[in-house]
Write a protein that binds this ligand. Sequence first.
Ligand SMILES: Cc1cc2nc3c(=O)[nH]c(=O)nc-3n(C[C@H](O)[C@H](O)[C@H](O)COP(=O)(O)O)c2cc1C
Length: 182
Amino acid sequence: MSRNILVLTGSPRKGGNSDLLADAFIKGAKAAGNRVDKYETGLKRIVGCKACDRCYSQGEACVFGDDFNALAPLMEQSDTLVLVTPMYWFTFPTPLKAALDKMYALLVGGRRSNIHESLLLACAETTEEADFEGLVKTYELIGAYQKWTDLAKLLVPGVLKVGDILHTDALLKAERIGQSLK
Ligand SMILES: Cc1cc2nc3c(=O)[nH]c(=O)nc-3n(C[C@H](O)[C@H](O)[C@H](O)COP(=O)(O)O)c2cc1C
């Protein structure tokens, strides 16, 4: 069964560690016959949710008219959500968190999303896997609330500068995870 997969990335660094991780995952997922959309929140303008509860009242998801309005239809159509991100201050970078916050619009607007499963691929400078605890817990709690099945988590410690991830086996692992989505 092929899937519609939405890869949401969190870094503003094109060609950075998590961007390479996302592309490796996408290579595997496409080879397995899936359809993949990559949406780079770190390169978009997504403002934080204002809790105005006017979602979809003027047609589009957010009345403030930012780039979330292009993302919302992808969230409705996709089967699988993949978060690929660097860790910032023990959690998600602001633009990715803003995109996750704005999933609220789909609830307020009574929109049905097909997303029913998720994956987390994350990297950071720290060499301690335990330092990912807050990021992973947030991912797990969001997933439990949304009734998503967690398919995989890949945590990549010890990468700081652009390209550091090339000296690990993480890209191979990410590609294999993508390939496993058959
Ligand atoms: C604003 C900011 C906050 C960060 N916070 C953390 C952190 O809490 N823990 C950590 O280990 N690394 C932290 N880092 C390092 C990044 O996670 C690391 O450089 C990562 O490889 C960047 O991924 P990218 O190349 O995909 O942007 C931070 C980096 C930035 C720019």
